[in-house]
Design a protein around this ligand. Sequence first.
Ligand code: T3D
Length: 265
Amino acid sequence: MAYKSVLLEVTDGVATVTLNRPDKLNAFTTPMAGDLIAILRTVGENPDVRCVLLTGAGRAFSAGQDLSDPAMAFGEDGQGPDIGLVVDGCYNALVRTIRGLDKPVVAAVGGVAAGAGANLALACDIVVAGRSARFIQAFVKIGLVPDAGGTYLLPRLVGRARAFGMALLGDAVNGEQAEAWGLIWKCVDDEALIDEARALARSLAAGPTGAYAAAKRALDASAANTLDRQLDLERDLQQARGKSADYREGVAAFTEKRPPRFSGR
Ligand code: T3D
């Protein structure tokens, strides 16, 4: 199936998914969000894909919701749009899809990531950004509240004070600051961004995919779990990992002093 505003390329176990409306800084229209959801679901089911790399074409990751999208327009009667429908159908669905993927998702953020664009990047498992990247909770500038999981993720990533600062002021946080604050995993030189992100994605694609999926599930569950319930969850996940081909291979490789060849099973 051909997608217009999102590109997909699968190589070496990595699905590179590129937001592709560079003239609009990869701002999301409803059809574009639909394309991205469909692509993520497709790669989720493709056993040849063991890691997803999400990035943007041109000088942005994404400027968030396309403000010229008809779904955003006020009606002739002066009534505001039902933004809740867009949030539910596009951004909530996207964040749920990314969090539900049982393979790692890496975001490579070059340039601006604003509004829902910023929060979609932050919803990925590992975020690498160029030094001149700009993370902007732009919502407040147009009288909206952070969405796409922002109000959940921000305080957990950077703490309450910085989350409030970002959400209420809408100032840009650059790549270096984002790394220093723990908003993202790593900041790299702009020119090195895509190569570094690809290398990371390739190495994850050669790793123990099931262990990554289990870690993702446990880390996500930890925010709402008691320590007791989390310990039980870890036991159950580890029990399953103990019976996996990758655990067998990992231990064999360690014993034989050779690099492991993980199959992802
Ligand atoms: O349905 C719902 O609304 C609910 C969901 C909401 C989720 C959200 O994401 S709300 C937040 C929406 N995003 C924004 O408010 C960001 C708006 N954009 C900006 O503030 C700035 O463009 C940036 C800070 C992102 C980048 O600034 P700069 O100076 O680097 O670039 P620019 O010149 O402003 O933009 C370049 C072009 O992209 C320009 O088009 P033109 O004039 O060259 O034809 C600009 O209009 C376009 N563009 C940028 N962002 C958007 C956009 N077009 C449509 N929608 C955008 N969000």
